[in-house]
Design a protein around this ligand. Structure first.
Ligand code: PMP
Length: 283
């Protein structure tokens, strides 16, 4: 298996660890995860757009989307990789002095193809179990930064409780409200409306965006606002969304159980169709 490290193609068995890379010393970098399906990096433009926006915000240099796409296509070909995950990391660069302050450095793009993580198929059929966990993250959660310590804790807590995902919360004067999962966004169907947390220090997920537009096409009323934990028990349907989880029904949140409803099932179908249409347009 090969990977890109800037313009070099590297044999992963030999490995590369550049010890002064600021991603390694400070977590000073950004990343994207895409699905590759039938050799097509799905929603590439949207993912690159999000990466570029954050790179500009944090003043990290980034090469053109066209150049990154050329490398991605080349890597898919060299690795003969038809299905799995694509990881793109943008590090601020190599800093020999390990000084905290931002400097203008040559950034580093690394690109890896990764086998699709092992997910129990039954999660999509019977629904996933999720458990609540406090959101202890920083104030840059609307960017996909490599600082994932708190997400790692949240997901590990979920796994050790036999759950697929965490559902994280913060608190305000009205109580606990849902932010997002360790690596997913949440939706709640209640009295015929569909609620999802507004982008308030959460990742504007690509799948979240696609889900909102599909729901609107389906004629649903999507409300983006704080959704409080005490509203969860009255939800008719709950599902989580992400690049890797796609649209996944949620069956259990802590002590409460939910049915998989019509809206979730219709959405799963529409999302698969959307991916098919995307692949067709890129072949
Ligand atoms: N929130 C977090 C914290 C994530 O890590 C992810 C996965 N990238 C998501 C939401 C879902 O985003 P996307 O649909 O772009 O994969």
């Amino acid at each position: 298996m090969y990977a890109y490290f800037n313009d070099e193609i590297i044999d992963l068995r030999k490995g590369v660890i550049q010890l002064q890379n600021r991603c390694y010393t400070f977590g000073d970098g950004l990343y994207e995860v895409l699905r590759i399906i039938d050799g097509v990096p799905v929603f590439f433009e949207e993912h690159l757009n999000r990466l570029k926006k954050s790179a500009d915000y944090f003043e990290i240099k980034i090469e053109s989307s066209r150049e990154i796409k050329r490398k991605v296509d080349n890597l898919i070909r060299i690795n003969d990789f038809s299905s799995g995950e694509l990881y793109i990391q943008l590090s601020r660069g190599t800093d020999l002095f390990r000084e905290h302050g931002i400097k203008s450095l040559e950034s580093i793009v690394s690109i890896l193809t990764i086998p699709l993580r092992n997910i129990n198929e039954d999660n999509w059929i019977s629904g996933a179990k999720v458990v609540s966990f406090p959101d202890m993250r920083h104030g840059f959660c609307n960017h996909k930064t490599v600082n994932l310590f708190a997400n790692v804790q949240a997901k590990s807590y979920a796994y050790s409780n036999d759950a697929y995902e965490a559902i994280m919360y913060r608190s305000d004067s009205n109580g606990k409200y849902v932010t997002e999962g360790g690596s997913s966004n949440y939706f709640f169907v209640k009295s015929n409306d569909v609620y999802t947390p507004e982008v308030d220090n959460i990742l504007p997920g690509i799948t979240r965006e696609k889900t909102i537009s599909l729901l609107q096409e389906m004629g649903e009323n999507v409300v983006q606002k704080r959704f409080y934990f005490d509203e969860i028990k009255d939800a008719d349907e709950i599902f989580l969304v992400s690049t890797v989880s796609k649209i996944m029904p949620v069956k259990i949140v802590d002590d409460f159980s939910f049915k998989i409803g019509e809206k979730t099932l219709k959405l799963i179908k529409r999302f698969e169709e959307m991916i098919k249409e995307y692949k067709k347009s890129r072949k």
